[in-house]
Design a binder for this molecule. Structure first.
Ligand SMILES: NC(=[NH2+])NCCC[C@H](N)C(=O)O
Length: 298
């Protein structure tokens, strides 16, 4: 029986009562060899076609990979594929999961745009080498699901936050909830600039999240505020121009974030987080930053 929550009065559990989930120890990154802006499928890509500095992109990517290594994560690197310039955003093609008995499963995505659809198979083939059970959504019923671009695990808990509206369909979460036997809090996204949940919500630890409030509906905001004690908010400039919310906090303490997010970084430091700034300017041209340039898994 699926458990998809769409308003705060439906929520009948406390986070602390939910089954726990280990912190991911591995991170996948896809080499940016073929990364470029070749088409426009989100507002950030407008006017950027052909403008990516390839060498700069490679440098930024290397630096981020080094950062993950320094944090103690096991960094796995996959070659990109020619003709798939967005495959470097490897958070989008799947949703990895680990059950309480240690069983590993990956729900494969259904990309919204034809340009990105072939990326899924490449990631699926890679998952098979990692001992994951592959799960597919029913394509006759579900229109789209863009993996961890929209579906984000609560820190250390079997609870999924699911964004929908632009790249993922709400009914995808019913199937995911059924297949993984987890509750899903569904959040409609309201502003196309923040087309994936990972552009407007970053889960920092069990009780803290960084968000850009204007990207959510009132009901969505109510659910976020009900479940997180500390909600840090990003300004319009930093959220939109620097994709500051597309950050990642793999261990509940260290936050990797786009360089120059001064206001957010101060708020994060004041809340006790260690902030590490990375330059992802070339990837911002495509509408992505730190969070979507990697896939955390077990
Ligand atoms: N999760 C993300 N925000 N990923 C960035 C994806 C960027 C890519 N150009 C797209 O529009 O699909």
């Amino acid at each position: 029986m699926s458990r998809v929550y769409t308003s705060v009065d439906q929520i009948d559990f406390n986070i602390s009562d939910l089954p726990t989930m280990p912190v991911p120890s591995k991170v996948l990154m896809v080499k940016p060899t073929y990364f470029d802006v070749e088409y426009v499928i989100n507002p950030h890509m407008k006017g950027q076609i052909g403008d990516v500095d390839k060498m700069q992109a490679q440098n930024e990517w290397n630096h981020l990979a080094e950062g993950f290594k320094e944090l103690g994560l096991n960094v796995e690197i996959l070659e990109g594929k020619e003709g798939l310039p967005d495959m470097v955003f490897c958070a989008n093609q799947s949703l990895p999961f680990i059950g309480r008995e240690g069983t590993k499963k990956a729900v494969m995505g259904i990309m919204k745009t034809t340009q990105r659809k072939p990326e899924v198979e490449a990631i699926e083939n890679w998952f098979r080498t990692q001992g994951y059970e592959i799960l597919h959504l029913d394509e006759n019923k579900i229109q789209t699901f863009e993996g961890m671009g929209d579906a984000i695990w609560h820190f250390k808990r079997q609870l999924l936050w699911g964004g929908h509206g632009f790249r993922s369909s709400l009914n995808a979460y019913e199937q995911i909830s059924d297949k993984l036997e987890v509750p899903v809090i569904a959040l409609p996204l309201t502003d196309e600039t923040f087309y994936h949940l990972d552009t407007c919500m970053c889960i920092l630890n069990e009780s803290s999240a960084l968000i850009y409030p204007s990207a959510f509906s009132d009901e969505g905001l109510e659910m976020i505020r009900a479940m997180f004690e500390n909600v840090i908010t990003a300004t319009k400039y930093e959220a939109e121009k620097l994709l500051a919310v597309n950050a990642v906090c793999p261990d509940g303490k260290n936050v990797f974030i786009q360089q120059g997010s001064t206001d957010v970084n101060k708020k994060l430091r004041d809340a006790g987080f260690s902030v590490h700034e990375f330059s992802t300017y070339e990837f911002l041209k495509s509408g992505g930053s730190v969070f979507c340039m990697k896939l955390l898994y077990w």
